[in-house]
Design a protein around this ligand. Structure first.
Ligand code: PLP
Length: 400
């Protein structure tokens, strides 16, 4: 009898974490590495949030809490949904977990069985298909196209829905493309979903606040109120508040689903960290103005990367509306050979040769389910980004 569960064979370790680790290892060996693979802001958690956490420790908020969130945080989440999204969620329709990732995990584990299908537009955040597989269900990957700005078309959604479809996972602004859906684009998808009443929507809004050029964020439950009774609206403090390590994510969803997720969480992590919950209360209720200041820095970096990549022959990169990623195509480079002798057969050989020959770590598109592309995370300093882009340009110039 095998010791390790066969379930584990259905999933792979997170490729973005693996590449970040490879870059770290090369750095430890003394190589000059620029890591553009990690999906987290390089800013610190703002001081007022850090202070709230220290105060929580001193006030003795160091014990178990209610399973899916302290009442103060649920109230802050409800106020956030009302303020930012025009959505009314009662406390019993709110669930707080150890990161947005655990919210997704709870929701999918609580609802999926063998035979169920989950529609995931590609390119996708790496964890969606694996969590679906872990739950024993089948990810149905629907590829999007660069010429559509990597957005799911309503006809493609319609064609992917079967009687076995349980969820559509929707992510705007997207990791890895940064593409954001307008209200009208969401309404067009909602029109399809309204006709298929057995399909639920998991809307991953984690990059809501990181957006540029006047892009107006919208979320399905708000755009199409008829969908709210079968929508889970996911968000968290990791990205907007530079709190990736604090591990707080939350959602609004119908009560029966929230109840099921609480049951599951009560037998796994019990509750999210008490101190991090109090920090999240301050994040959501406190000043929000630093977000716009940080977005300006992110936008300048995005523009720098787009300008530099735009000069490279064989690379084609759409302009993203949000998040801190770009997802350029390398279709024009396939079949060429690098100075180091690697034939660029796909995005994986491109990313590997780029790392080995220039020390720039990016993530290949196949990790996100769409080739031939690669993802740059521009959540790093402009100086490093400029240097990385110069190395990428030199690498591409050397391709024959
Ligand atoms: N959703 C997307 C699209 C992400 O990129 C991430 C993190 O990278 C998450 C969810 C999960 O974030 P966290 O678990 O830190 O809240």
């Amino acid at each position: 009898m095998a010791f390790l569960s066969a379930t584990l064979e259905r999933i792979r370790p997170s490729p973005t974490v693996a590449i970040t680790q490879l870059a770290r290892d090369l750095k430890a060996q003394g190589r000059d590495v620029i890591g553009l693979a990690a999906g987290e802001p390089d800013f610190d958690t703002p001081a007022h949030i850090r202070e709230a956490a220290k105060a929580a420790i001193d006030a003795g908020h160091t014990r178990y809490t209610p399973v899916d969130g302290i009442p103060e945080l649920k109230a802050a989440v409800a106020a956030k949904f009302r303020r930012d999204n025009g959505l009314d969620y009662a406390p019993e329709e709110i669930s707080v977990a150890t990161g947005g990732k655990q919210v997704i995990y709870n929701a999918l584990m609580a609802t999926l069985e063998a035979g169920d299908e989950v529609i995931i537009p590609a390119p996708y955040w790496v964890s969606y298909p694996d969590i679906v597989r872990l739950a024993g269900a089948t990810p149905v990957i629907v590829e999007t196209r660069l010429e559509d700005g990597f957005r799911l078309r309503p006809e493609a959604l319609e064609a992917a829905i079967t009687p076995a479809t349980k969820w559509l996972i929707f992510n705007s602004p997207s990791n890895p493309t940064g593409a954001g859906y307008s209200r009208a684009q969401i309404a067009a998808l909602a029109e399809v979903l309204e006709r298929h009443t057995h399909v639920w929507v998991l809307s991953d809004d984690i990059y809501e606040h990181i957006r540029y050029d006047g892009f107006e964020f919208a979320t399905p439950a708000e755009v199409a109120p008829a969908l709210k009774e079968r929508t889970l609206t996911l968000n968290g403090v990791s990205k907007a508040y530079a709190m990736t390590g604090w591990r707080i994510g939350y959602c609004g969803a119908p009560k029966p689903l929230v109840d099921a997720m609480r049951k599951l969480q009560s037998q796994s992590t019990t509750n999210p960290c008490s101190i991090a919950q109090w920090a999240a209360v301050e994040a959501l209720n406190g000043p929000q103005d630093f977000i716009a200041t940080r977005n300006k820095a992110f936008r300048n970096r995005r523009d720098l990367v787009l300008a530099e990549l735009g000069r490279i022959e064989g690379i084609d990169c759409p302009r993203p509306e949000g998040a801190f990623y770009v997802f350029p195509s390398i279709a024009g480079l396939i079949g060429k050979r690098s100075r180091g002798g690697t034939e660029i057969t796909d995005d994986e050989t491109f990313a590997r040769a780029l790392l080995e020959e220039t020390g720039v770590a990016v993530v290949h598109g196949a990790a996100f389910g769409l080739s031939p592309f690669f993802r740059i995370s521009y959540a790093t300093s402009s100086a490093l980004l400029a240097e990385a882009c110069a190395r990428i340009a030199d690498f591409c110039a050397g391709l024959r």
